[in-house]
Design a protein around this ligand. Sequence first.
Ligand code: PLP
Length: 321
Amino acid sequence: MSRDTQLLPSVVQSIGNTPLVELSRLTCNLPGRLLVKLEYLNPGLSKKDRIARQIMEDAEADGALQPGQTVVELTSGNTGTGLAIVCGVKGYPFVAVMSKGNSSERARMMRALGAEVVLVDQLPGSPPGQVSGGDLELVEQETQRIVKARGAFRADQFHHRGNFRAHYLHTGPEILRQAGMPLDAFCDFVGTGGTFAGCAAALKEANPATQCYVVEPEGAAVLAGEPATNPNHRIQGGGYSMSDLEFVKPEYVDGYIQVGDEEAIRVARRLAKEEGVLAGFSSGANVAAALRLLQGPCKGKTVVTLINDSGLKYLSTDLYE
Ligand SMILES: Cc1ncc(COP(=O)(O)O)c(C=O)c1O
């Protein structure tokens, strides 16, 4: 389905079907091809619009969500923005609970879209812009309190199957259709792991030889079995040092790649300058990991990854100076 040939009944139906683009400038000295899915072109400027729509539609269908019921979610901003859009269009009140460590654009964007935003203080000593697993634990406690107090539906992105299904049913199959060729490898920076697992399941179903790599921050690569020595990394949206992620099953994982803050930032800047793709930290990490695959185990192969969200969400940071 093309994005531009139909009149859509609401902005919710414009979620997904994002372009798949080859980055041939960044790879000009490398054998192999790098394909990226431009998820920042979703209406909330991130891939998380997809799971917002899927979780809400699944919960409406199975009766977990009642008409007019308040929806609550713990978010680093992107899932909350997606839910603010979907809840706004469908007529559900929405409360986003977020750490103060996430960039301020995110809270403003959610409020503009009609959400109530509850900001939770970071742990003493946690630097702004660097949300750790410990900071997230405080956000979790506040989320649980609000859900109980308001008799709300919790979107629950770390556990709700709609997160996996959004990518298994849509993102993965879209990549396969758009690429029109067998894919050798896929990599993705993991937060909940919904994107990684959903895409890996779909890609491996089509071609069991596709190698799928989990991307984690250097010093917080707990899925790879490393100790969390740097939980306060700068790659917002994931790398929470959680070793037990429901969606990330061992059969999806062929390897682990670690990317440092500096490398993620350097590649994000190159993406903007050389490819015209203005993206966030985690997209820089994804492309950095993909470039490493092309230089090493996937020399001469085709690697796919995602541009997770827009660089506009980070203008208050030093990502783009
Ligand atoms: C910018 C960004 N990158 C990466 C991720 C991780 O995606 P997932 O939760 O599907 O693992 C998120 C999740 O919120 C995100 O907002």
